[in-house]
Design a protein around this ligand. Structure first.
Ligand code: ZN
Length: 221
């Protein structure tokens, strides 16, 4: 691949990251945003200041970073673009599910709403992206997806994979090798104490997976 100059995360990336973190944590602190985007806390401080001035986020020490209604609207718009692009690349251009995230990270910022609406219609108004995550509607509504993790299943319990909360290409390729996609049933056989490993059955085959992988897989509620 040709090396590209990287401009660094945009304001849209910050808003998207705060949105995602706020679904998993009660309080979103600047260090979490820095960690997620792989940038310094000084860079986050600067952006927090800028986004506050634009009334896109609020920030206080006790409540952390929160999106305003305007900020959330932008975050959901970008997430909608991202998830529709990922599905389009798979359905129309034969990408595999580990190849789509990087492309979508770039394209999500440049396509128009008209363009994403066209993709939406072309795909038949899908509700989930290739990793099982919900696609926000045009008017900014999104399904609540926080189900239980695979690691919460008790031995003997079965459940259907709902979504994978990680876009890492190597991890997705490995899950694909194990046949672990959204919609596939998993049975928990045994779990070792103190964080695994986990012995599971997927499509009739026994697999052993570690906690780093198991923690990324969410099951249908
Ligand atoms: Zn993605």
């Amino acid at each position: 691949m040709m090396p590209r100059l990287h401009p660094g995360p945009s304001a849209e990336d910050y808003l998207k990251t705060v949105y995602k973190l706020s679904r998993e944590h009660r309080v979103v602190i600047p260090a979490m945003v820095a960690g997620q985007l792989g940038i310094s806390s000084a860079a986050v401080t600067k952006m927090v200041k800028r986004l506050r001035e634009q009334n896109l986020i609020r920030y206080s020490r006790s409540q952390g970073i929160r999106l305003t209604a305007a900020g959330e609207k932008i975050a959901l718009r970008i997430i909608r673009h991202h998830r529709l692009i990922e599905l389009y690349l798979i359905r129309a251009l034969e990408f595999t599910w580990d190849q789509v995230h990087e492309e979508a990270e770039r394209l999500e910022h440049v396509i128009s709403d008209f363009f994403s609406d066209k993709i939406d219609a072309y795909l038949g108004f899908p509700t989930r992206d290739p990793h099982g995550a919900p696609i926000p509607t045009k008017d900014g509504r999104i399904e609540d997806t926080l189900g239980q993790r695979l690691t919460d299943l008790q031995p003997g319990q079965r459940s259907i994979i709902h979504h994978v909360s990680n876009d890492d290409a190597a991890l997705l390729r490995y899950l694909a090798e194990l046949g672990m996609f959204p919609g596939v049933e998993v049975k928990m056989v045994t779990k070792e104490p103190f964080g695994g490993p986990y012995r599971i059955v997927v499509s009739g085959k026994t697999q052993i997976i570690g906690p780093d992988l198991a923690n990324q897989v969410y099951m249908s509620p």
